[in-house]
Each structure stands twice: as C-alpha cells, then as structure tokens.
Design a protein around this ligand. Structure first.
Ligand SMILES: Cc1cc2nc3c(=O)[nH]c(=O)nc-3n(C[C@H](O)[C@H](O)[C@H](O)COP(=O)(O)OP(=O)(O)OC[C@H]3O[C@@H](n4cnc5c(N)ncnc54)[C@H](O)[C@@H]3O)c2cc1C
Length: 531
C-alpha cells in the first residue's frame, strides 16, 4: 500500500457511496452515476476488500473531487472512477477563448492549444504544398485563395465536437461533472459557482487541482492592444500582417501558421535564436528556415510599446528603434499557472506556491496539505499534455489504487509544429557538455527527397548525442518533415536505453528521412571533458 494515501477503493456499497450525496441530483450538469444501472453493479464488483475503518468514519460527498477538466483533470477523474472511487469534477463553461468564467471540458489542449493549433498547422501547410506541386508537374493556380471563415468555422466545429466527447467520456466512466468555477473553502471542501451565480458546496476526501495555465503578456505600454494564443486561434478576420512577440514553441508555431495562411509575419524576440532550451544546431536551422519562408525575423529585439495608429492598426515600437505598423500584435511570451484567475481558494486551504506562482508538489503530486494534490500546468513541471496525463495516471495509482507511483520525467519527447517541424528527446549537445559527459556527436544535414523536385532549399537536420562511456544514445534531435512522427519511435528506443550500436543494427526504411537515424556511421565530432 502506498505511503501517501489509503486506497480509496471500497468494500461496501455504503462506503463506496462515501457518505451523504447531499444536493447531488439538483446540481449535476451531467448526472452520470445511475445507481440502478449495470455499470454501477459492474463497478461495485471491482471494489477491492482493503477498506479501512479510518476511511469509513469520514463522510464526504466524494472520494476524489477534481477542479479543472483539461488533460490532467479529465484523465485523473476518469481513471479514478474506473478504479472504483466516487469522483466529481468541476469545469468552467465552454468558450474557445478562456477567461475567469469560461473554459470548457477538454481544457487548453483540446479547445485552445494542441488541437486547434495543429488543425491550423495543417491548414497553413497547403500553401507550401501548392508551391511544391509545380515541381512535380502540377499546374496549380499560383494564387490559391483561403476562405478563413470556413477554416475557422471547421476548427470551432471540431473543438466543439471534442468538448462533447470529453463530457461523454466522463459520463461513461461514472464521473459526476459540474459546470462552474471551483474554489477551495478548506482542505476538504470545494465551492462551485455556477453560471447563474448560484453556489454549491461539495466535500471530498482528496481534492485534485488541475486548473492549467494561461498566457501572460509583458508589462509594456499598450499591451492590452495585443492578443494572446487564445485570441489568435479565433480571429474573426485573417489579418494582413501579424507581429508575434516571443520565440518559444507557441511563437514559432504561430509564425508558421500565419505565414502559411498568407499573412505578412514579424517574429520579434529577445534571444539571438528562437526556441531557447532546444539544441543549438536545431535552433540555427529553424532560424534560417523562418527567414527562407519569408518571415521577418527580428532577433535580439524586445517590444517597447503598442499604440493605436488611428486607422485601425497598431504601431509596435521595438528596442531597435524601428516601429512596425501592423494589424495584430500577438504575445507568445510565456504562460503562468492558473492559481489566481479565477481565485481557486488556495489560501483558504493553506496550499503553498513556489516562487514562480505554481502549486508546490512532491514527487507524488501532493501539496503541503495532505488531502490536496495538483497535476499538470498548474504545477509548472513539464507543461505538455502527455505529461499532464502521466501525472494524472500516477495520481490515480498512488491515491486511488494505493501503489506509490512517481511520474517519470526522463526522456520525455516533444515536438514543435513549426514548418518543417522540430522534434527531440533527451539531452541537447550543450546539456550533455554541461553535465560533464564526453559524447560523440553524429549529424546529418540533407535536402529531403520531396523538396528536390520542388526546388525548395530548406535542409532537414538530424543529430544523435552518444555517451562515449556506454555508447548509449542520450539525445536525439531532428528538424524536418514528419519529425514528430519519427521521434515517437526514437523515444521508445531511448526509454529502452538503446546504444548507438543498436541504432546501427536496425535496418533502415528506404527511401525515408527516418533511415538517417540508423545510418549515421561517421562521427561529426567528440565533445566534453575527454574529447
Ligand atoms: C497554443 C498552445 C499550444 C499547445 N500545444 C501543445 C502541443 O502541441 N503539445 C502538447 O503536449 N502541449 C501543448 N500545449 C500545452 C498543453 O495544452 C497543456 O500542457 C495541457 O493542456 C495542460 O493540461 P492541464 O490539465 O494541466 O491544464 P488545462 O488543459 O489547461 O486544463 C485546465 C482546465 O481547468 C479549468 N479551470 C481553471 N480554473 C478553474 C476553476 N476555478 N474551476 C473549474 N475549472 C477551472 C480551465 O478552464 C481548463 O479547462 C499547448 C498550449 C497552448 C496554449
């Protein structure tokens, strides 16, 4: 049994129902537990026999109550319920643009992150495809027209569909979902404020906070004239010019999206290269490709102010002294954990934050208050959907099933859906050197076959970082077509501790870009203390 919590899985019908179900029927948006259904009977049959008297003497509405129905919250609640716990969840009403009072089941990833962004990446990729088609003999209209409203409508329809699916997933797994804003009143009580401002209290043995994060803007004059990524995915009209501030993955992805959709794009950032934290050669490649694709890259530059020009546009003044007259300024300057917007009552329960304003948790996602846990972006560990899912699953294993389980942050693969995309796993060359490792570096830079006939000059680039101590591949990086699809398999190999010799022993798939990863025979250089 885990040291963090007694298993929540119960022996008897009464303890399973976990005390009183006060006010439940009138409050439910989705009333999902049908006590007379087969589902319930099936669930009871899976309840294990380890309930303790200590647990049963508490009378809570729920075993687990989750605040936030995004990636982490939905996964944790569904799996907790499937494991036999009685689970409730609260999420704000649906809206593509988030606010203190609006959100929606599915969360950032589904409604205003990964999914709509990737749909726009697909949509914007056609411009280059049309251009490239000519090299393969296609006679394509040199000025194909985009119907922005149609794309926007299709995207909104799809995220609305997914939002509905998330609701049905919760229903199907027996989670009681409430629509409203959740706020801690104490370490076992959550107050739900609904759209009509009525309030309801629910109690739970354990509370999971999964309220995600939100975009932040630099504190400069006129910042309110800009937009963030939520708005950027929902603009009524496609702008002629978009100026994006930032150089993280969201900034670079939106630069590719808007450029591909036909806008003039400026990308303004403080660093000399975009994508801080990624491998330097990958960053250089992205920098060059952004420019090759016609994006106005303003590196080593910061925005100083935004001012309306009186004609419906914005004058964006930069540290270089230059002023850009633009239609839209998008800030992609970072995200902050959602601990205060809306106020989730952390102070009422005494939950501590770290210096970055994220909820402080231990390796089991437990806060300083034993009955309160937190997963996902609100804890600011690795802010990606699959990581929030992993943290949610580890929470279920630890708290509901009673087997202590830590999320595993080693070798988490990730991708940037710029065009062409970047994907990587493990250490960058710079990180490996900083860790004092001596490494062999293998690189390959080449023109992907499809681009040869297209006449495009972009290069794909791949890198393996191999520790000379044991021949293990400790870093794998790529920029080029399909890199995200390729990297998932590399991730499995690296989780298995694959060596360079094992990479080399794998027969390539020909002709593909992926085969380069198993055919890099010539070392580019050795780096580190013993190089
Ligand atoms: C533009 C963009 C692109 C992204 N692209 C990718 C990508 O390609 N790949 C990837 O892995 N990750 C991507 N991410 C990151 C990913 O979306 C997040 O890491 C992930 O959604 C985090 O999940 P979460 O459960 O922690 O929070 P969220 O998904 O943000 O869910 C939190 C939920 O809590 C709700 N909430 C907040 N406060 C309350 C309250 N008081 N009461 C009730 N509900 C509340 C919110 O409405 C929200 O639905 C992207 C993010 C953005 C912004």
């Amino acid at each position: 049994m885990g040291m963090h919590a007694l298993p929540l899985i119960r022996t008897t019908t009464n303890s399973f129902l976990c005390g009183s179900l006060k006010n439940s029927s009138k409050s439910l948006v989705r009333r999902v537990i049908n006590t007379t259904s087969n589902k319930q009977q099936h669930k009871q049959s899976r309840i294990n026999t380890t309930a303790t008297a200590a647990m049963e003497k508490h009378e809570f509405d729920y075993d687990i109550f989750v605040i936030g129905g995004g990636s982490g919250g939905v996964r944790a609640s569904r799996m907790s319920s499937t494991a036999g716990a009685k689970v409730g969840l609260v999420e704000l009403p649906f809206n593509p643009i988030s606010s203190d009072t609006q959100g929606g089941l599915g969360g950032t990833c589904v409604i205003r992150g990964c999914v709509p962004k990737k749909l726009f990446v697909f949509g914007s990729g056609f411009k280059a495809e049309f251009e490239d088609a000519a090299g393969f003999g296609w006679d394509v209209d040199p000025n194909p027209k985009l119907n922005w409203s149609k794309l926007l409508e299709a995207k909104t329809k799809e995220i609305t569909r997914l939002n509905g699916i998330y609701g049905r997933l919760l229903d199907g797994s027996g989670v009681t979902a409430y629509e409203g804003a959740g706020k801690l009143l104490d370490k076992h009580t959550v107050e739900i404020t609904k759209a009509d401002n009525t309030k309801e209290k629910v109690t739970a043995q354990n509370i999971l906070i999964a309220t995600g994060g939100r975009a932040v803007r630099p504190d400069i004059p006129g910042k309110e004239l800009g937009i963030d990524s939520d708005d950027a995915l929902s603009l009524d009209k496609l702008p002629k010019r978009v100026s994006i501030v930032g150089s993280g993955y969201i900034a670079v992805e939106f630069a590719g999206i808007y450029q591909g959709l036909g806008c003039e794009v400026d990308l303004i950032f403080r660093q000399p290269l975009p994508l801080k934290g990624f491998d330097k050669e990958i960053r250089e490649n992205v920098f060059n490709t952004l420019k090759l694709r016609g994006i106005n890259v303003c590196e080593s530059t910061t925005p100083e102010s935004l001012k309306e020009d009186g004609k419906g546009n914005i004058d964006l003044t930069l540290s270089s002294g230059k002023t850009i007259n633009t239609e839209v300024v998008m800030f992609a300057t970072g995200r902050a954990p959602n601990t205060t917007r809306p106020d989730i009552g952390l102070k009422n329960a005494g939950v501590e934050l770290d210096s970055a304003g994220a909820i402080k948790v231990d390796k089991y996602s437990r806060t300083n208050i034993p009955s309160i846990y937190a997963v996902g972006d609100v804890t600011n560990r690795i802010n990606l959907t699959p990581v929030a899912l992993m943290e949610g699953m580890a929470f279920v294993e630890t708290v509901v099933r009673g087997n202590d389980k830590e999320p595993d942050y080693e070798n988490v693969p990730c991708a940037v859906f710029c065009q062409p995309p970047v994907a990587c796993i493990g250490l960058t060359e710079e990180q490996a050197i900083a860790e004092g490792r001596t490494c062999d570096i293998y690189t390959s830079s080449f023109t992907p076959m499809k681009l040869t006939l297209a006449g495009r000059t972009e290069k794909a680039f791949m890198k393996l970082v191999v520790d000379t101590k044991d021949d293990k591949v400790i870093g794998c990086h790529m920029v080029g077509p399909d890199s995200a699809e390729i990297m998932q398999g590399m991730g499995v190999a690296m989780k298995c501790g694959a060596t360079k010799a094992q990479f080399d022993s794998c027969v390539g798939i020909h002709p593909s870009s992926a085969e380069e990863f198993v055919t890099m025979r010539t070392k580019t250089r050795t780096v580190g203390p013993n190089a």
